[in-house]
Design a protein around this ligand. Structure first.
Ligand SMILES: *[C@@H]1O[C@H](CO)[C@@H](O)[C@H](O)[C@H]1NC(C)=O
Ligand SMILES: *[C@@H]1O[C@H](CO)[C@@H](O)[C@H](O)[C@H]1NC(C)=O
Ligand SMILES: *[C@@H]1O[C@H](CO)[C@@H](O)[C@H](O)[C@H]1NC(C)=O
Ligand SMILES: *[C@@H]1O[C@H](CO)[C@@H](O)[C@H](O)[C@H]1NC(C)=O
Length: 336
C-alpha cells in the first residue's frame, strides 16, 4: 500500500517535471526564434544611426540610380491574414533599414483612395493620405535618408487626385522633381544621394500608370524602370526577363539606360487564388543558396550587366535581406 502510494507520487512528480522541462524548452526555442528574427533588425537600427547618406558616408557621392534598395512589396498590408505581405508596419520597416516602399492603391466604397489588396473588400489598409502622413513623419525625423516610393494605380485614378493627396499629407515638398538636365533615358543624369539630401528632396515617388507632366514630382515608373514578371509561383525564380514595359525587351540599348526592379516575392495557390507564400519566405529571402535573392540577382547581373535598383520582397524581416542590399552596394565583402 505504502509503496504503491509513493510510486504514484513519484509518477506525478515525474510527469510534472517532464511538463515543466517541456515548457522551458518550448519557451527557450520560441525566444531564440524571436531573437533570431528581431535581433538583426535591432542591429540595423543601431548601425543605421544618422551617419552619411542612408547610413553610409560612401553613398553620399553615389547616384540614386546606382544604389540597390530592398523594397517592401505591399508595404501597407501588415498582419497574419493571407492578404498580408508584411509582418511589421511601415515605420518598423523604415527603422529596420528599408528605403523603398511599394503599395497598391484602389478606391474604396466611400470613394477614398486607399491601400487595398486587389479590392477594398478583401483588404483595406487605410487611406493613401494617412499612409503618406506616416512616411512624411518618418522623413521629418530622419534628415539624412532618401526614400523611394512606388504606388500602383489599380483603378486608373487621375494623377491630379494623387497630387491633392500628396499635398494634403504634407509629403509633397519632399518629392524630387527632375530638372531640365535630367534625361529619363540616361542613368547618369540622376543626382547623388548627397545632392538629394542637400536639396531636401528626399522622396523619389513613382506611379506605375497614369503619371503626367502636369504633376512633375510623381514620376512615370516605366519611363525610369523595367520590371521582371510578378506573382511568381516558381520558387527558383528561374529568369530575369524584361516583363514590363511591353516592347522594351526588343530594345536592349534603351533598356540598359533604365533602372530595374526584380519581383522576388513568392506566391502560392490557395483555393484557386495566389497568396503570399509565408512558409517559404526564409528561403526566398535568403542571401545565398537555391531560390535565394542572391541566386536571382546573380542571374540578373549576368544578363543585364548591373545590379537591380529595387528588390521587391514579402516578409522582409525573414532571411538576410539587408545583407544583400549592403553586399550589392559594396559594403559586405563576398556573400554574393
Ligand atoms: C552601380 O555601379 C557599379 C559599378 O559600375 C555596378 O557594379 C553596380 O551593379 C551598380 N548598381 C546599380 C544598382 O546600378
Ligand atoms: C535623352 O537621351 C537620349 C539617349 O541618349 C537621347 O536620344 C535624347 O535625345 C535625350 N533627350 C534630350 C531631351 O536630351
Ligand atoms: C537643387 O535645387 C536647385 C534649386 O531649386 C535646382 O536648381 C537643382 O536642380 C536641384 N538639384 C537637384 C539635384 O535636384
Ligand atoms: C540546388 O539545386 C540543385 C539543382 O536542383 C541541386 O542539385 C542542389 O543539390 C541544390 N543545392 C542545395 C544546397 O540544396
Amino acid at each position: 500500500m505504502r509503496i504503491q502510494k509513493t510510486e504514484v507520487r513519484l509518477k506525478i512528480i515525474f510527469n510534472y517535471t517532464i511538463l515543466f522541462l517541456a515548457c522551458i524548452i518550448i519557451s527557450v526555442i520560441t525566444t531564440i526564434n524571436l531573437m533570431e528574427e528581431i535581433a538583426p533588425m535591432l542591429n540595423r537600427i543601431h548601425t543605421q544611426a544618422q551617419v552619411g547618406c542612408n547610413g553610409h558616408v560612401e553613398l553620399c557621392d553615389r547616384r540614386y540610380s546606382n544604389i540597390t534598395q530592398i523594397a517592401t512589396h505591399d508595404s501597407a498590408f501588415v498582419g497574419i491574414l493571407p492578404t498580408d505581405d508584411q509582418d511589421v508596419d511601415v515605420v518598423a520597416q523604415l527603422d529596420a533599414g528599408v528605403r523603398f516602399l511599394q503599395a497598391q492603391t484602389h478606391r474604396n466604397v466611400f470613394g477614398t483612395l486607399s491601400l487595398c489588396h486587389t479590392s477594398c473588400y478583401l483588404k483595406d489598409a487605410g487611406s493613401v493620405e494617412s499612409y503618406l502622413q506616416v512616411v512624411k513623419g518618418w522623413l521629418d525625423t530622419h534628415p539624412n535618408e532618401v526614400l523611394t516610393l512606388l504606388l500602383t494605380n489599380g483603378d486608373n485614378v487621375r494623377v491630379s487626385e494623387f497630387d491633392h493627396i500628396f499635398t494634403a499629407s504634407g509629403i509633397q515638398p519632399y518629392a524630387y522633381i527632375p530638372g531640365p538636365s535630367h534625361n529619363a533615358s540616361v542613368l547618369d543624369s540622376w543626382p547623388t544621394l548627397g545632392e538629394l539630401i542637400g536639396n531636401g528632396t528626399r522622396l523619389v515617388a513613382f506611379l506605375d500608370y497614369g503619371a503626367l507632366d502636369t504633376v512633375p514630382y510623381i514620376l512615370p515608373e516605366f519611363l525610369y524602370f523595367w520590371e521582371t514578371p510578378f506573382d511568381m509561383t516558381d520558387p527558383s525564380f528561374p529568369q530575369c526577363i524584361i516583363d514590363r514595359p511591353g516592347g522594351l525587351a526588343e530594345d536592349p540599348a534603351l533598356a540598359y539606360q533604365r533602372m530595374y526592379i526584380i519581383n522576388h516575392y513568392l506566391d502560392t495557390e490557395m483555393l484557386g487564388m495566389d497568396i503570399p507564400d509565408r512558409r517559404d519566405a526564409r528561403k526566398t529571402n535568403a542571401a545565398t543558396g537555391n531560390d535565394s535573392i542572391g541566386a536571382q540577382v546573380s542571374l540578373c547581373q549576368k544578363e543585364h550587366g548591373r545590379a537591380p535598383k529595387g528588390i521587391l520582397l514579402d516578409y522582409f524581416e525573414k532571411g538576410n535581406v539587408l545583407e544583400v542590399q549592403d553586399a550589392l552596394n559594396g559594403f559586405w565583402n563576398s556573400i554574393l
